[in-house]
Design a protein around this ligand. Sequence first.
Ligand SMILES: NC(=O)c1ccc[n+]([C@@H]2O[C@H](COP(=O)([O-])OP(=O)(O)OC[C@H]3O[C@@H](n4cnc5c(N)ncnc54)[C@H](O)[C@@H]3O)[C@@H](O)[C@H]2O)c1
Length: 397
Amino acid sequence: MKFEHKLRGNVSFGVNPIGCKQEVLNQINYVKEQGAYDGPKKVLIIGASSSYGLATRISLAFGAKADTIGVSFEKGPKSEKNLGTAGWYNNIYFKQFAEAEGLVAKNFVGDAFSHESKAEVIEYIKNEFGGKVDLVVYSLASGVRVDPDTGVRYNSVIKSINQTVVGPHIDISKHEFQEHTLEPATEEEIANTVKVMGGEDWQFWMEDLKEAGVLADGVLTVNYSYLGSDLNRPYYGGGTLGRAKADCEVKAANINASLADINGKATIVVATAVTTKASSVIPFFPVYCLGLYRVMEDNGTHETPIMHQDRIYRTMLYGNAPEYDDEGRLRPDNWELDPEVQAATEALIMTIDADNFDSDKTGYAVFMKEFNNLSGFDVDNYVDEEVTLEELMALEY
Ligand SMILES: NC(=O)c1ccc[n+]([C@@H]2O[C@H](COP(=O)([O-])OP(=O)(O)OC[C@H]3O[C@@H](n4cnc5c(N)ncnc54)[C@H](O)[C@@H]3O)[C@@H](O)[C@H]2O)c1
């Protein structure tokens, strides 16, 4: 079967399942090369099927020998034209590789926002996962959330607040460098984005898990945030997504209070900018990445999700070199926010235009390779393997 990388704007519809398998294996091998580390042994990851959540799962399983439960919202194959989503295959192949090493790897595919998903996961932890988890990772990125109590559907928007933002953007499918205009969000759009991407559902998960008695003494829970810099503040930190991230900090404080009696802790991890399905559709962000990646590649500090998450868990959360800010947030993003890196990124971005955006002057090649890798294309060590639709449909998650 031929796999086609279909794109609309910066959204990918095609998938190469065999490429996804190799990409998962490449990440596993990266972690193994770093060696083993002491970490949590029973982990729940909400949003586990791609980028940061998947990288977290791979690092913890293959670096710290953790058993993992992954929750995600992915689609399986229906026809040769519709092979489903990359995350579907990432789940399957992660599980195969983890089980081959004697680890437990359980996948739940469904809506993490629903009561049913939470109940199913809790039942599984109680009956088949040893009764308790010692780490809960919340790595969800979604455009919609249906409120589980009212049934009301909320959509998140990526918009600025109180200002119109005009700047450069790239349309990947058209291979075009464009000027983009972002109109400010309404109050309702801001509130809806907080409802979807804020911390409410994280808090709901932690309340339900605690009430069910499935959190180990000393449990840690983390939520991935992004703060960024002046270069992206108008459309990120100062925009609707920034509001949602601020809400996660409020909810972290609530969770911390509720976990005190079991010595638990909620931590906001401010992660670095990486190429993911969620970040590629943020207006202007790809151009920020073109500048940033060139500078960080040249400095030897550019990281992919697996490199970043492995460093976070190995050296910071379960290592002896965590770096917290005054607000108690973990700051592995300090390589990105280094003033010299930011100044060089800004200077480079000012020179990027329609003629050179895809040249070696920028991080275009790095960005595009990472973008293609997300769907199983352009993967290192890839070996073509004949596979039929029936075989793909028979794969069990
Ligand atoms: N990409 C970046 O540059 C960056 C930087 C810092 C922080 N973060 C944060 O990291 C987190 C993860 O983002 P990502 O970029 O890895 O996203 P992603 O799109 O790669 O992954 C999102 C995950 O959420 C799951 N998901 C979405 N809706 C769901 C639902 N209703 N039920 C169950 N699962 C669902 C998907 O299946 C997937 O596993 C987000 O909070 C994001 O803001 C991202």
